[in-house]
Ligand binder design. Structure first.
Ligand code: PLP
Length: 470
């Protein structure tokens, strides 16, 4: 009799799906499962994921237009990225030894510098976007010293769920933010509003001394697929610099070609002092994130032997993660995925506009920057008979109903996966950058079919997700 009753790895693939659901409910997150169940997403068991497609245990082939929230710019299991992982393992590569110089990390940092403008040169690698942003905030604080301990952030920003990053995120994370007081000294300004930022800075300046260390923002607002107002970002960086404030651009959602440029901020002439990145850097096969800074900032913060480890993490920049990321970046460039995002993004926007013209009652707004796309749906309450009495609790329940109906029906009846999110009425349309024109056509044909269906029937379908599967 073994001391511990462990399930062996070999048993997982053959385990019935209901057992997996049960384990997830009992050991991981019943709340997440309940939400997936509302959409019917809990019933899908993927056994293989390749390129744009998911293959399920019951023989379905699902078109994945979600790109794993932009982790999968290369698509699922890109052959060159997976080969890089295999090669590293077959060669018995050095995954971790903090006492020696990590070769793959050095080369990855050099390649990051090669795709960045503005002398961004020194990289730090972590595993998650939040850790990267946390490091960026810390480096700004160290750069200035404790006399400048305030941070500006925007109402639309999302930067992660560690204490620091949550404190500089806007109301997007409202249910979480309400539970935590957050850090003192974080000042919210409206995204895209230069004058409000100027007023906030003036409010933090006494006798010419400003106590703000940095401002963190998403230069292209990722989950809304929104470019900054013309001239805003350039003027903002000038304003920040006038007051000695560092500009931190968070490109965790928008980096690595998603918007049709390598970085979203390259739609403008602005350059950040600190740039954070993550998601598709790992090509969908490595959890890697980081920030990059120019020499003038690095020299005043992390350069010395006594300060070199003021931000560090055990698993950051491991050999295999960095090897995979090196290959992922090379694939991005060799396959021209950034240009592809721009060109196919323009086509995708055309198809979005056609669809909106066909369904003006349901689709209120469409936006795309490269292959970063968002469609804003009507709220269910806007579609109700105006003569019906309104009940707040019911209105609350109906928030997010239309996107929910759409994504649920797309998956259930049309074998297409997308997510909702960012705002209650958002549909994300963010396919991997390897998507073809034919797959874009297929996606919009299926979406058109869903939007042409009877909404009451769709709502009944959503309710049926709660019934036991046959
Ligand atoms: C813009 C942005 N910043 C930061 C994060 C946090 O990254 P992570 O979830 O890896 O901590 C995200 C995650 O979606 C993001 O979209």
């Amino acid at each position: 009799m073994k001391k511990y009753d462990l399930v062996p790895l070999d048993a997982v693939a053959a385990m019935p799906h209901r057992d997996i659901l049960d384990l997830y409910r009992r050991h991981v997150a019943p709340g997440i499962l309940a939400n997936l169940k509302i959409l019917g997403f809990d019933r899908v068991r993927v056994v293989r994921a390749e390129g744009m497609w998911l293959h399920t245990a019951d023989g379905r082939r699902i078109l994945d237009f979600s790109a794993g929230m932009n982790v999968l710019n290369h698509g699922h299991n890109h052959p060159r990225v997976t080969a890089a992982r295999h090669r590293f393992d077959e060669e018995r590569g050095l995954e971790v030894c903090k006492a020696l110089v990590p070769a793959y990390q050095a080369v990855l940092a050099r390649n990051i510098a090669a795709i960045c403008p503005g002398g961004l040169q020194y990289s730090f690698f972590a595993n998650s976007g939040a850790e990267a942003n946390e490091g960026a905030l810390k480096i700004a604080q160290v750069f200035h010293g404790k006399a400048r301990d305030k941070f500006l952030y925007t109402d639309l920003g999302y930067h992660g769920k560690t204490f620091g990053t949550m404190s500089v995120s806007g109301p997007f994370g409202k249910p979480y933010k309400e539970l935590f007081k957050g850090l003192d000294g974080c000042i919210q300004v409206p995204w895209g509003d230069l004058e409000a930022t100027r007023r906030a800075i003036e409010g933090r300046t006494t006798w010419g001394r400003c106590d703000v260390a940095a401002m963190i923002l998403e230069p292209v607002k990722g989950d809304l697929a929104m470019l900054p107002p013309a001239g805003y970002l350039e003027a903002l960086v000038d304003l920040l610099h006038e007051h000695g404030i560092l500009a931190i651009f968070d490109e965790i959602f928008t980096g690595f070609g998603r918007t049709g440029r390598m970085w979203g901020f390259e739609h403008t002439a602005a350059v950040p002092d600190i740039l954070t990145f993550s998601k598709s850097l790992g090509g969908g096969k490595a959890s890697i994130a980081g920030y990059v800074v120019p020499k003038r900032i690095f020299d005043r913060t992390y350069a010395s032997p006594t300060r070199c480890a003021i931000h560090s993490t055990t698993f950051g920049g491991l050999g295999g993660e960095c090897a995979v990321a090196i290959e992922a970046l090379n694939v991005l460039v060799d396959e021209g995925l950034v240009d592809r995002s721009r060109e196919l993004g323009a086509y995708m926007l055309e198809r979005m506009r056609d669809l909106q013209a066909r369904h003006p009652r349901l689709i209120k707004e469409v936006r795309a920057v490269g292959l970063l796309g968002v469609m804003r749906t009507a709220r269910a309450t806007e579609l109700l008979d105006a003569r019906l009495p309104r009940v707040n609790a019911v209105d609350d329940l109906l928030e997010g109903l239309i996107p929910g109906l759409v994504v649920s029906e797309l998956l259930k009846r049309h074998d297409v996966l997308i997510y909702t999110g960012g705002r209650e009425d958002n549909l994300f349309v963010n396919p991997a950058l390897i998507v073809t024109r034919e797959e874009i056509d297929l996606f919009f044909d299926k979406l058109d079919a869903v939007l042409s269906s009877n909404l009451a029937r769709l709502a009944a379908g959503l309710a049926a997700n709660w019934l036991p599967a046959e």
